[in-house]
Design a protein. Structure first.
Length: 331
């Protein structure tokens, strides 16, 4: 009944209630929280802005929703994190925080941000999140499926675009596993199944000559056209492991690192959806949320773009309708 942002959603927004906060606050989340990773970072950032003097602590581990309390936190799917990260959090961060701020015991104040660095599997501490010393970087799509930090040098003979055909009747699945419901492991799944599909655009860098750490918020900035009047745009950042002997289980593994979807009708305003004009370029700016990940030497960075992601995202009929929940069946 409320597909667009309106008063129904505004009345339920948490941020306006985060003013005049006096007690110490610890916001805990996981990199693989499929339910509300956005809300955790937004809560921390809003507390910083609205209550500059409060003891504001952020903890981010390699967990799904609630994983710091309901799991060992030592792995997710095929990906190992090298230790029992949930037990470390409970004994070394959560307990001292409560002992200090609830019982008044003599414990050192925790770091403002304690964040697990995926890829290297180590905890990092910062006096602010995102870290103050990060350097903004841009990655550019290139011809031939290449991805580079240098802007493309386009010649007049090049077309300057890539294209794919998106069919809601044959959507890109969110995982290659067959399960009766969403499996949380999709957030680190091998994306080689998607790389092989003609309705997924894939771009990757050359092999890295040295380690690269990516920290903070990610944003995809796309210029798109469509033959329809509506479309979804899914962007995925992927860590491509090097090929290795067959004895290495994750040789060539394309690990999903961060992903997000923008329903094109909301590209300019979540309260005022608007159709695409077929063939007319439109800008899509898509926030992929924060990350702290080390791409190791010998790996590659990969970006995939697609327009379906089923059943994680309901299928878009790709024709603009006032309310997608009452759209006619796709024919």
């Amino acid at each position: 009944q409320h597909p667009n942002r309106d008063e129904f959603w505004e009345r339920r927004a948490l941020i306006p209630h985060l003013k005049r906060v006096a007690p110490a606050v610890m916001t805990v989340t996981g990199w693989y929280d499929a339910e509300d990773l956005y809300g955790s970072f937004k809560t921390y950032q809003s507390l910083e802005e609205l209550n500059p003097n409060v003891n504001n602590v952020l903890v981010v581990g390699p967990w799904p929703h609630g994983g710091w309390a309901s799991s060992d936190g030592d792995r997710l799917g095929e990906v190992s994190f090298g230790s029992n990260t949930a037990a470390f959090y409970r004994s070394e961060i959560e307990l001292p925080f409560f002992e200090k701020y609830l019982k008044g015991k003599e414990y050192a104040a925790p770091a403002e941000a304690t964040v697990f660095e995926t890829g290297s599997n180590v905890w990092r501490t910062f006096d602010h999140w995102p870290p103050n010393n990060i350097e903004p970087k841009r990655l550019y799509f290139q011809s031939g499926g290449r991805l580079d930090f240098a802007s493309p040098q386009q010649t007049t003979s090049e077309t300057g675009y890539d294209e794919f055909v998106s069919d809601p009747n044959q959507p890109v699945p969110h995982s290659q596993k067959i399960t009766p419901r969403m499996n949380i492991e999709y957030m680190v799944d091998d994306q080689r199944f998607a790389s092989r599909r003609p309705d997924v655009l894939t771009f990757q860098t050359e092999v890295l000559s040295e380690d690269m750490v990516v920290a903070g918020a990610l944003e995809a900035d796309l210029w798109v056209t469509t033959t329809g009047t509506d479309a979804d745009w899914i962007v995925k950042l992927i860590d491509v492991r090097p090929d290795a002997p067959e004895s290495t289980p994750l040789a060539g593994y394309q690990m999903l690192l961060r992903s997000e979807v923008m329903r094109g009708r909301f590209r300019n305003d979540y309260a005022k959806p608007e159709p695409f004009i077929p063939g007319e370029p439109a800008r899509i700016r898509l926030e992929l949320l924060d990350v702290l990940h080390r791409f190791e030497k010998g790996h590659r960075l990969m970006v995939q773009i697609q327009s379906t992601w089923f059943p994680l995202v309901d299928r878009n009929p790709q024709t603009f309708v006032p309310n997608i929940y009452f759209a006619q069946p796709y024919v």
